[in-house]
Ligand binder design. Structure first.
Ligand code: NAP
Length: 387
C-alpha cells in the first residue's frame, strides 16, 4: 500500500532528509502536503518535485509568491487552523512532525486526535504537551513513532521484551562542541561557534540546545513520556562518537543498544516504514575501522541545562512546558546577540523561579497559557538586564 504523507517542516533539516528517503521509494510513499514557515523558494522547489496536493506557508504574506512558483493545481494554505486541518486530513496515513519548538504542538495533537500515525521529530511537542499526548494515545490508540535517534534506538531495543524486565534507559549524548572547552571561555562563545556541531548537521535551535546539553534534557523528558519510565530510571552518558544511539538495561544486567553511523535518515526511514525496514543505500558502520568508542558522565556543573530539565521533568505538570518556552527565548536571545552562552541556563532558572503553576495540563489552551507566561517572564528578565 502506498502511504500518504504530510511533512510538517519539510524545508528543515529533518524535513529535507525525509524527502531524500521518500525520493528513493516512490512506490511506497506519496506526499499529500508539505509545509514551511518562510522558506517559500525551497518549498516551491520541493512541491515541483514531489507534487503534493497542498502546501502550507507560515508567513501568510509569502503565499502569493509561493502560488506563482507552483503548478496551478497545488493548493496554497496558511494560518494555524489550516495547518491543524492538514495534519488531520482524511487521506493522510502518516504525519511526520518536524516543526521546531512548541509551534508543533497544535498540529501534532490535531493529527493524533484524528487517529493518524505520527512520526515525531519535534521533541518539544512531548516536552510541552506530554500529558495531553499520553491522554490521546490512550484514548485513540494511535501510534507515535520516535524519530529522534536516541528514542528510535530505545524503541528498537525494547522490541520483544517485557516492560517489567526493564531497569534503565541510557540516553547517549555527543557532548556538543564545548565538551572540552574550559568553563571560563563560556561567556565568550559566539553563535557561530555554537552552531558548529561536531557530529550532526541540524537546524539552529537544536544545534544550540546540543551545545548547552538542553537538547539532552528535552530528550530525557521526551523519553519519560514516550516510554513511560520514571526520571530516576533515565540516565545520560556522553559518547562523543555518536555511534551508540542509546541503550536499554534489563533487570538481569543485560544492555541492548542500537548502533549506526550518525545519520538521521536511518531513524526517519524506520519511522516511515515501521514495522518494515527499508533497504537503504547509505554508508554502513565498519566497527574494525572505527577501533574504539568512548563514554563519560555528563558534567552538570558546566552544563546546568541538563539538571534544569531533570528538575522540571520531576516537577511535572506545566513545568516542562515552561522550561521549554524559557529555553526557546534563551536560544533566540543568544542567536541574536542579546544573551551570552553562559547566561542561557541562568535565564531559564530565573524565569522558572518567577512562575507558579498548580495541577496538570488538561487542554492545549492551558499549555499555551503556561508557555505564554514563561516567555513573558523570560523577556522581562532580559529587559531588566538591559538586553
Ligand atoms: N535536525 C536533526 O538532526 C534533528 C534530530 C533529532 C530531532 N530533531 C528535532 O526535529 C525538529 C526539527 O528540527 P530541524 O533541525 O529539522 O529544524 P529546522 O531545520 O530549523 O526546521 C524547522 C522546520 O519548521 C519550520 N518552522 C519553523 N518555525 C515554525 C513555526 N513557528 N511554525 C511552523 N513552521 C515552522 C521551518 O520552516 P522554514 O524553513 O521556512 O523556516 C522548517 O521547515 C526539532 O524539534 C528538533 O529538535 C532534529
Amino acid at each position: 500500500m502506498v502511504k500518504q504523507l504530510v511533512i510538517l517542516g519539510s524545508t528543515g533539516s529533518i524535513g529535507r532528509q525525509t524527502l531524500e528517503v521518500v525520493s528513493l521509494f516512490p512506490e511506497r510513499f506519496k506526499i499529500l502536503a508539505l509545509t514551511a514557515w518562510r522558506n517559500w523558494r525551497l518549498l516551491a522547489e520541493q512541491a515541483r518535485l514531489f507534487r503534493p496536493r497542498m502546501v502550507w506557508i507560515g508567513e501568510a504574506s509569502l503565499s502569493e509568491a509561493l502560488r506563482e512558483a507552483l503548478p496551478p493545481q497545488t493548493e496554497v494554505l496558511s494560518g494555524e487552523q489550516a495547518l491543524c486541518e492538514l495534519a488531520a486530513h482524511p487521506e493522510v496515513d502518516l504525519v511526520l512532525s518536524a516543526l521546531v519548538g512548541a509551534a508543533g504542538l497544535a498540529p501534532t495533537l490535531s493529527a493524533l486526535s484524528a487517529g493518524k500515525t505520527v512520526a515525531l521529530a519535534n521533541k518539544e511537542v512531548l516536552v510541552a504537551g506530554g500529558e495531553l499526548v499520553l491522554q490521546l494515545l490512550r484514548r485513540r490508540r494511535v501510534r507515535l513513532l520516535p524519530v529522534d535517534s536516541e528514542h528510535a534506538a530505545i524503541f528498537q531495543a525494547l522490541k520483544g521484551h517485557r516492560r517489567r524486565d526493564l531497569s534503565r534507559l541510557i540516553l547517549t549524548a555527543s557532548g556538543g562542541p564545548f565538551r572540552q572547552t574550559p568553563v571560563e571561555r563560556f561567556p565568550e562563545i559566539t553563535p557561530q561557534e555554537a552552531l558548529r556541531h561536531p557530529r550532526w548537521r541540524m537546524g539552529a535551535k537544536i544545534t544550540v540546545d546540543s551545545a548547552t546539553l538542553m537538547n539532552k534534557g528535552l530528550e530525557v523528558i521526551e523519553a519519560h513520556y514516550l516510554f513511560q519510565v520514571p526520571y530516576k530510571k533515565i540516565e545520560v552518558v556522553v559518547h562523543p562518537e555518536s555511534i551508540v544511539h542509546s541503550l536499554v538495561e534489563f533487570r538481569d544486567g543485560s544492555l541492548l543498544a542500537q548502533l549506526s553511523l550518525p545519520d538521521m535518515r536511518l531513524p526517519i526511514a524506520y519511522a516511515l516504514s515501521y514495522p518494515e525496514r527499508l533497504p537503504l543505500p547509505y554508508p554502513r558502520l565498519d566497527l574494525s575501522a572505527l577501533g574504539s568508542l568512548h563514554f563519560e558522565p555528563p558534567d552538570l556543573e558546566r552544563f546546568p541545562c541538563l539538571r534544569l530539565a531533570y528538575e522540571a521533568g520531576e516537577r511535572g505538570g506545566f513545568w516542562p512546558a515552561a522550561l521549554n518556552a524559557a529555553n526557546e527565548v534563551a536560544v533566540e536571545a543568544f542567536l541574536s546577540g542579546k544573551l551570552r552562552f553562559s547566561e542561557i541556563p541562568l535565564l531559564i532558572e530565573e524565569t522558572l523561579s518567577r512562575l507558579s503553576f498548580s495541577g496538570k495540563p488538561g487542554s492545549l489552551e492551558e499549555i499555551i497559557e503556561a508557555d505564554r507566561q514563561a516567555r513573558k517572564a523570560a523577556w522581562n528578565w532580559l529587559k531588566e538586564r538591559g538586553c
